[in-house]
Design a binder for this molecule. Structure first.
Ligand code: IPM
Ligand code: MG
Length: 371
């Protein structure tokens, strides 16, 4: 199969982790006889630097002509420290999501047994944690009317949701629950917010079409606590844009590192695949970033292409890497490998799972030499 992929690596560690994902995709292409064509564009702070626009038209055109989009990370401390900046890197990502109608953001949270000690939670809380967050991505307070008064003394962000917006993501989440453990939790703040009450009403109505799914309703403050004390109770989480942003960062750290979690954003005509983590500017250029979230995002892209065996091959290679102590520094500060080396090993394993080519002892000693 031939697929054309728009690659927007973005800022900070984005390009570094993207290189590894593409390395892994190239191994898949080789083994399964596919052709992946990559077309690179700019987004975020690097795009502001070169064009003044966080999402230049050229990048939009690349995405419109592609079968899928791989997205790295965006953000730069220069903007984080300046609340007055007229353009911000994040605007590029938000505009892209809205423009492409990527309403469903899917964030699976898997706990790997080898990494349980890395989690801030006790091991007994982590066993069998396996959940997926369905975050609404093109509505809510992110995209509502915003204003600041002329004297700069007051500002507002409006949260708006329509029944249609709630419906389209809810059906996706219910269908996913049918293929999983058949439980769906709506996270909202229906005791305070009008939009949350609309979510609850709609989800209750939609639930009648999915009688096999058990539906729970949690207020977001309680859900934030439940995520820590009893994460195993969650199967599919359905939530709005803002709550999904917050709860997914919280869920990601319980797995041991923010650098592990992939995500997929689906719309009506294209999918975009990006890690949950940010641009991690402090790590840029040091070959220490964890490429796994980006590599697993590429696997989600292969699922989207209905290349199920190929996607599974990547996930299996990642699980094998963890079982063989192949980690970046965030996971194993004493004995770690570089971003590039982890990518090399995963790509090589995909091409030859007999791995006669690497010396395990070296890896276990934390040397990054592949023999
Ligand atoms: C995410 C990020 C983005 C968001 C930022 C970079 C705008 O945090 O994808 O979770 O808030 O959606
Ligand atoms: Mg976020």
């Amino acid at each position: 199969m031939k697929k054309s992929i728009a690659v927007l690596s973005g800022d900070g560690i984005g390009p570094e982790v993207m290189r590894e994902a593409i390395k892994v995709l190239n191994s898949i292409a080789k083994m399964y006889d596919h052709t992946f064509e990559y077309n690179y564009g700019e987004v975020g702070a690097c795009a502001i630097d070169s064009t003044g626009d966080p999402l230049p038209q050229r990048s939009i055109d690349l995405c419109l002509g592609a079968d899928a989009i791989l997205f790295g990370a965006i953000g730069h401390p220069r903007y984080d420290k300046d609340p007055n900046a007229p353009v911000r890197p994040e605007q590029g990502l938000l505009k892209l999501r809205k423009f492409l109608g990527l309403f469903a953001n899917v964030r699976p949270v898997t706990v790997y047994p080898e990494l349980m000690d890395n989690s801030p939670l006790k091991v007994d809380r982590l066993k069998n944690v396996d959940l997926v967050i369905f975050r609404e991505l093109t509505g809510g307070i992110y995209f509502g009317e915003k204003s600041t008064t002329d004297d700069g003394k007051q500002a507002s962000d409006t949260c708006t949701y329509s029944i249609e917006e709630i419906e389209q993501i809810s059906h996706e989440a219910f269908k996913a629950a049918q293929k999983r453990r058949k439980k769906l939790t709506l996270i909202d703040k229906a005791n305070v917010l009008e939009t949350s009450r609309l979510w609850r009403k709609e989800v209750k109505r939609i639930a009648t079409q999915y009688p096999d799914i058990k539906v729970d309703y949690l207020y977001v403050d309680n859900a934030a606590m439940q995520m820590i004390i009893h994460p195993r109770q969650f199967d599919v989480i359905l939530t709005s844009n803002m709550f999904g942003d917050i709860i997914s960062d919280e869920a990601s750290v319980i797995t041991g590192s923010l650098g592990l979690l992939p995500s997929a954003s689906y719309g009506k005509f294209i999918g975009m695949f990006e890690p949950i983590h940010g641009s991690y500017p402090q790590a840029t250029g040091k070959n220490i970033a964890n490429p796994i979230a980006m590599i697993l995002s590429a696997a989600m892209m292969l699922d989207y292409f209905e290349m199920t065996d190929e996607a599974e091959h990547i996930r299996q290679a990642v699980a094998w890497a963890f079982a063989n102590n192949i980690y970046t520094r965030d996971i194993h500060p004493e004995a770690y490998l570089g971003t590039t080396e982890v990518g090399d090993i995963i790509a090589a394993y995909i091409e030859d799972d007999q791995f006669p080519w690497f010396n395990r002892e070296n890896l276990e000693l934390g040397s990054s030499t592949i023999i």
